[in-house]
Design a binder for this molecule. Structure first.
Ligand code: G3H
Ligand code: ZN
Length: 279
């Protein structure tokens, strides 16, 4: 069923783990994540980024499909707007019934980021929608990797108190869109930020982080872990493999192979992040 973000994060934290947030590009991604949630009996966040909206040309069709898939799922599913820099897009997400939004003002000067985030929080909270924000830009969104960016714990605490956000994305050594899992996170910094910040922390650019780095980050206090590129890689490899093995023009054959492979890997990651896969 469709769920708000905060109860899902609160429950995950209480059990000592984190919730996986996977990006939706096509309907089949959302279908794969729903299968993973069903099989693992765990909640999932399905997120639609502003980039994805730009690619489709509008939010409505992919949001409608994702919301329908979320509603049909037996597990809690958060449908979240990811990396929105446009306030108009936030308005549309609210109107369409998404249950959570990320307003990404991390490229704005600090005071403008605070002001815009505060306005988004007022608007979304009035509708019962959670808000995630970002402080200390996690690099790689423009293809330039900047794993050196770091969020200061004191700044993060002040930002959360000033804006009233429900979750905070912080820069701790990851970078977006890495295709190799070689990033080394500053887990001491995660612990220090978690000790000072009252709301759940979000790890972006998690595709570049290996399994043991992800579980260490969760133990140190990360509660929402965003994974996109890694699953796109799984998707593409499965599709190419299927086409090479037995060429076909039936899109269902190779998209089906990709959807199955992504469902398997998403299920594995859901377990891993709840710290259930380590025995
Ligand atoms: O907001 C989305 C995530 O931060 C995804 O990053 O593609 O590097 O996993 P990633
Ligand atoms: Zn991100």
């Amino acid at each position: 069923a469709l769920s708000a973000l905060t109860p899902v994060l609160t429950e995950a934290r209480r059990s000592g783990g984190a919730v996986a947030a996977f990006n939706v590009i096509q309907v089949e991604h959302a279908e794969a994540y729903a299968v993973a949630a069903e099989r693992s009996s765990l909640p999932v966040v399905m997120q639609i980024s502003e980039n994805c909206v730009r690619w489709h040309g509008s939010l409505k069709p992919i949001a409608a499909a994702t919301l329908a898939i979320a509603e049909a799922c037996s597990q809690p599913v958060v449908v979240h707007l990811d990396h929105a820099e446009s306030l108009d897009l936030v308005d549309e997400a609210v109107r369409l019934g998404l249950t959570s939004v990320m307003f990404d003002g991390s490229r704005l000067p600090d005071d403008e980021n605070r002001e815009a985030t505060r306005r988004v929080v007022a608007q979304c909270h009035a509708e019962g929608i959670s808000v995630e924000a970002e402080l200390g830009e996690v690099g790689g969104k423009d293809g330039v990797h900047a794993p050196g960016a770091r969020t200061d714990p004191g700044d993060a605490a002040r930002f959360v108190a000033d804006t009233g956000v429900d979750a905070l994305a912080v820069a701790v050594g990851s970078s977006h869109a890495m295709t190799e899992r070689v990033a080394v996170l500053d887990t001491d910094l995660v612990e220090r930020i978690a000790a000072e910040v009252a709301v759940p922390l979000v790890l972006h650019g998690s595709s570049g982080v290996p399994d043991d780095g992800l579980t260490a980050a969760v133990r140190a206090g990360m509660t929402k872990v965003n994974i996109a590129t890694h699953l796109n890689r799984v998707w593409t490899e499965a599709m190419v493999h299927r086409l090479e093995e037995s060429p076909t023009v039936d899109t269902r054959k190779y998209l089906g192979a990709a959807r199955d492979a992504v469902a398997d890997e998403a299920e594995r990651l859901l377990h891993l992040l709840r710290l259930l896969a380590e025995g």
